[in-house]
Design a protein around this ligand. Structure first.
Ligand code: F6R
Length: 241
């Protein structure tokens, strides 16, 4: 596991964007696993700028997003589909047919998860971008006695609903369920890029990267993957020795 710590957010975002740009320039049809939340916003901004400067083209690339809320249509400004279009897809040359998102409005959420997992099996991820939840979740794989390996429907933990309430009018409006890639779907990616910022995540960063591997800290399972790069700001990395 390679861990890099940055003094500024600009350096961190730019370094993460470099990893994606270099990959896509070397392998134009790369399959990119993407995340939402506050952490990747600056990385996507960087990617959009590089595209506008003709430093990269996403014409042949394809993407898979980690997760989506159940019950939110893509037009809802709280949906992850909306977020992805707003921050990345509408600004770059990635063809719509090469964007893979979970449909939060699918009549049968379980069938939607199977459809997604089948597509993932056909298009192995070259890289998966991850943020880290305060409780150690990656994607929406919440701490539990057992974790699901493949894409599945999950009931969100109260702490996750509260953490995500900042994007909604109130916690009551946060959907109670989500669809998420499973830990196995994530660990199949060739490379994993975990990005974490902020003092409030320092403790969980330490547990996830240096503590025992346990389903109670889903991100700790990343320790078992040979191709993980972790990018941290000083605050998030302050408890690492
Ligand atoms: C988002 C996702 C989540 C977030 C995590 C951190 O697609 O899967 O696991 O990465 O909750 O969120 P932020 O970046 O908002 O702190």
């Amino acid at each position: 596991m390679e861990i890099k710590i940055f003094d500024t957010q600009e350096q961190l975002d730019s370094s993460a964007a470099d990893i994606f740009v270099n990959l896509v320039n070397q392998k134009p049809n790369a399959v990119l696993g993407l995340a939402t939340g506050s952490t990747p916003i600056g990385i996507y901004e960087n990617l959009v700028n590089r595209f506008k400067q003709n430093k990269v083209s996403f014409k042949a690339a394809s993407t898979f997003n980690l997760d989506e809320y159940v019950g939110l249509p893509p037009e809802s400004d709280q949906s992850y589909a909306y977020y992805m279009h707003k921050h990345l897809f509408s600004h770059i040359d990635l063809p719509a047919a090469q964007i893979h998102l979970l449909n939060g409005m699918a009549d049968d959420a379980e069938a939607e998860c199977s459809r997604f997992e089948t597509l993932l099996a056909k298009h192995p991820l070259d890289i998966q971008l991850l943020g880290l939840g305060h409780n150690g979740h990656i994607a929406f794989n919440e701490p539990n006695d057992q974790l699901s390996s493949r894409t599945h429907v999950i009931k969100l933990k109260e702490e996750t609903i509260n953490a995500n309430a900042r994007f909604f009018a109130s916690a009551d409006e946060v959907p109670t369920h989500a669809m998420t890639m499973g830990i196995g779907s994530i660990l199949k990616a060739n490379k994993i890029l975990l990005v974490v910022r902020g003092a409030d995540k320092a403790e969980i960063v330490k547990k996830a990267l240096t503590g025992p591997i346990t389903t109670q800290v889903p991100a700790s399972l990343l320790q078992a993957h040979a191709g993980v790069t972790v990018l941290l700001d000083r605050e998030a990395g302050r408890m690492l020795g």
